[in-house]
Design a protein around this ligand. Structure first.
Ligand code: GLU
Length: 310
């Protein structure tokens, strides 16, 4: 792609999609998330040559929520290798909501269908090396610091506690997985690590940098250092295509066609080979859990610049 979007155009587009911020709803099943402001919107594009174009509330920090599942998967693959990870978690999309328990009963031996649904992501968190939840989360944070080159990134303890105290469904998924030996150790400790992982807080500038790193085959854009092995970056991007946008991944692939992962805080991270990273934030969600404004912007970008990989 030769032509790059200008800041002015991106600002105009953001202004145009602003009215849609009230079409959806802010996630409130994690009580602390309900405090997000639907009017805070941001977008950042980091091209592989290092050019960055952004608009909106780019300093606003939000929690990664399910976007963390891609990063945790990359770390679990580095820690354990592909065979270990995929003996415990499958590779197939489900078409079910992210927290569904339904398919676990339907497969023998029982294992979560993929690492982007909660059952799979909980199993992946459990695999990250570390003796304690804090050690696991500390390692994940160091990994994120390396990817973003920002060592000040932390998890939001209010959001983490708010989720930990109310995560009854995730607790039951974990007990089920423990019964079937998909996870080991303490359920409470795994949930502690998972909720902290989901509460890592950053902004769209950071997120477009992580997306660009995945697009750059796992290499840091500036130093060229291989932070994620190319093959593992490819696995993560493939999951973004097949299951990154919840049970709307199929329609997103048709309408937008950019490998992307969404989270219930309203962030979306896109990663496009040969192009770079795209991050959007808008906390108002549609019925599937995807950012309403985020979807609109990504669709506009994809159509205008012909970004679909298909
Ligand atoms: N922490 C959230 C949960 O497990 C993540 C959900 C999401 O962003 O999809 O419910």
């Amino acid at each position: 792609m030769d032509e790059k979007i200008s800041t002015t155009t991106l600002e105009e587009w953001l202004e145009n999609v602003k009215p849609f911020a009230y079409d959806g709803q802010i996630a409130d099943y994690i009580p602390a998330l309900a405090k997000q402001n639907p009017e805070e919107l941001a977008v950042s594009i980091l091209y592989l040559d290092g050019d960055c174009v952004y608009a909106g509330d780019v300093e606003t920090c939000f929690t990664l929520q399910s976007i963390s599942k891609v990063i945790a998967l990359a770390l679990a693959l580095i820690d354990n290798g592909e065979d270990y990870v995929f003996e415990r978690v499958g590779m197939e999309p489900t078409g079910d909501p992210f927290h569904s328990i339904y398919r676990l009963e339907q497969h023998r031996p029982s294992k979560p269908l993929n690492p982007m649904i909660n059952a799979g992501a909980l199993a992946v968190s459990n695999m990250i090396h570390g003796q304690t939840p804090d050690e696991k989360v500390g390692r994940l944070l160091s990994f994120i610091h390396e990817m973003t080159d920002d060592h000040s990134i932390r998890f939001n303890s209010e959001v983490a506690s708010s989720e930990f105290e109310t995560a009854f469904l995730n607790r039951s998924l974990l007990y089920y997985l423990k019964q079937h030996k998909v996870v080991t150790g303490s359920v409470e400790e795994t949930l502690d690590a998972y909720t902290k992982q989901c509460s890592v807080e950053l902004n769209v500038l950071h997120l477009s940098k992580i997306g660009a790193l995945f697009a750059n085959e796992g290499r840091d854009l500036n130093s060229g250092r291989q932070i994620i092995p190319k093959h593992f970056a490819r696995i993560c991007k493939t999951f973004m295509v097949t299951c990154g946008m919840y049970d709307a991944s199929g329609s997103f692939a048709i309408k937008v066609g950019i490998p992307a992962k969404s989270g219930v805080s309203g962030g979306v991270m896109g990663s496009l080979n040969g192009f770079g990273g795209i991050a959007v934030y808008g906390p108002s969600l549609d019925s599937k859990g995807n950012s309403v404004v985020g979807l609109k912007l990504l669709e506009m970008l994809s159509n205008r610049y012909d970004l679909s990989i298909f």
